[in-house]
Design a protein. Structure first.
Length: 101
């Protein structure tokens, strides 16, 4: 079974950097480099939940809290920006300095 291109590139990167295998002490730093990113479905789910909540304008912290609930991790700024862009494209009012998106 072939790996998806994304996973193939990760495996290739690991093999190039660790031709003799990954030492146990490098596991955690390597996993830290492979930061999770929200899928498009998760971006939609966060945006939909914020819209359903109806608390307008939508605050950045509201987005961050919902991302944390979905991923159990601190939200990446790029994911927050993707949700904000999704909401702005739908015409939903956003609070804060990034409302130009």
């Amino acid at each position: 079974m072939a790996l998806p291109p994304f996973l193939t590139s990760i495996v290739g990167w690991l093999r190039a950097g660790y031709p003799n295998g990954v030492p146990e002490q490098d596991y955690i730093p390597l996993f830290a480099l492979l930061t999770r990113r929200l899928s498009e479905t998760e971006v939609d789910a966060v945006a939909d939940a914020l819209i359903e909540d109806g608390d307008l304008p939508i605050e950045k912290t509201d987005i961050q809290v919902l991302i944390t609930k979905i991923t159990n991790e601190m939200p990446l700024e790029t994911d927050v920006d993707r949700v904000r862009s999704h909401l702005a494209a739908g015409g939903w009012p956003l609070a804060g300095p990034d409302v130009r998106r």
